[in-house]
Design a protein around this ligand. Structure first.
Ligand code: GLV
Length: 337
């Protein structure tokens, strides 16, 4: 196929500025016009620029920026958006579909990192690392200061959302002797057999029987506030909770009350609602281990994310079939996680 010079716009956030130059993308898309911009709101992008863009790459960590129908409508010549991330909850994918724009994601660039991070948070709260670290740094040396700890082996880990990351969490957790179960209405039959784990047919069963819960679902209308007051009520007293997916899946007010009441003994949270302006109350709790949406990150995952995004654009330009279109049946996406 004879391809002319195409315009590729890469959007990064102003607040985080992950990279200053698009060197990796320019190398892969050498024949084309690759431009990088840093924004904190889509209104900062001139309409003339948007109407010229043929391909858009949106960087993983532009969570605060929402790509709505009005924005998508100004992409007069763009047929493909690559969300260089697993999650695409800040893009109106149905509107994109109506406008004839395919949205592709990069679902696998950080599978290892997020699964490692989920286990790190799980171990951190189970072993009370935050508390003992503070104790030692403040001059103490008393192992009993973190009483009581409980053995992991034999305890039940419930994973909500059993995609690539959920499966990778299960693999790692099995090495610690945890008995793994999952809930995911969209997981294909037999995935429990592939991974040697137990499938829960209802969220209620998973919540009522798990000692540790790991959230690994994607955020969409059906998973927004999936865990709220009623769901915390069902959980075992003293449950440990880890979220490395999206803050919006857990109602933060309900979580805060559940921690205060002791229903949730400790939480490991990489994501929270309204980040980076997270509810301040969580910062005051010793039994909450917080990380700054950093689960996805290693130098290797960054490189993979950027390389794969640029390669996807290249493949689309060459008219090749590409995987990972998330809005082929946009109307059906709302039930998927
Ligand atoms: C990170 O949060 C991602 O969605 O890739």
């Amino acid at each position: 196929m004879n391809i002319g010079r195409e315009k590729i716009l890469i959007i990064d956030s102003t607040t985080e500025k992950h990279f200053k130059k698009a060197i990796i993308e320019q190398e892969i898309l050498a024949e084309h016009d690759v431009q990088l911009v840093h924004i904190s709101h889509v209104n900062e992008l001139p309409l003339t620029l948007l109407s010229e863009v043929n391909y858009l790459i949106i960087w993983a960590c532009v969570p605060a920026v929402s790509f709505d129908k009005a924005f998508l409508s100004s992409l007069k010549n763009c047929r493909t958006i690559v969300k260089a991330a697993v999650g695409y909850d800040n893009i109106d994918i149905s509107a994109a579909r109506e406008l004839g724009i395919s949205v592709l994601n990069i679902p696998d660039y950080g599978t290892e990192e997020v699964a490692d991070h989920a286990l790190a948070l799980m171990l951190g709260i189970a072993r009370k690392l935050e508390e003992i670290n503070l104790h030692v740094k403040q001059g103490g040396w008393d192992w009993a200061s973190v009483k009581k700890l409980y053995r992991l082996r034999g305890r039940k880990l419930g994973i909500i959302g059993f995609g690539r990351i959920g499966g990778a969490v299960a693999r790692r957790a099995a090495m610690f002797g945890l008995n793994v179960q999952f809930y995911d209405p969209n997981a294909v039959s037999g995935l429990d057999k592939t991974h040697g784990v137990v499938r829960c047919e209802s969220l209620k069963t998973l919540l009522a029987t798990s000692d540790i819960i790991s959230v690994n679902a994607s955020l969409n209308p059906s998973s927004y506030h999936l865990l709220s007051h009623a769901e915390f009520d069902i959980m075992k007293k003293g449950v440990l909770l880890v979220n490395t997916a999206r803050g919006g899946i857990i109602d933060s007010e309900a979580l805060f009350s559940a921690i205060k009441s002791g229903k949730v003994a400790a939480a490991g949270l990489d994501v929270l609602e309204n980040e980076p302006n997270i509810p301040d109350c969580f910062r005051q709790l010793d039994n909450v281990l917080l990380t700054a949406h950093s689960a996805f990150y290693t130098e290797e995952s960054f490189l993979e994310m950027r390389t794969k995004s640029a390669e996807l654009v290249q493949q689309k330009m060459n008219g090749l079939h590409v995987r990972n279109c998330v809005n082929e049946n946009a109307g059906e996406q709302s039930v998927r996680y």
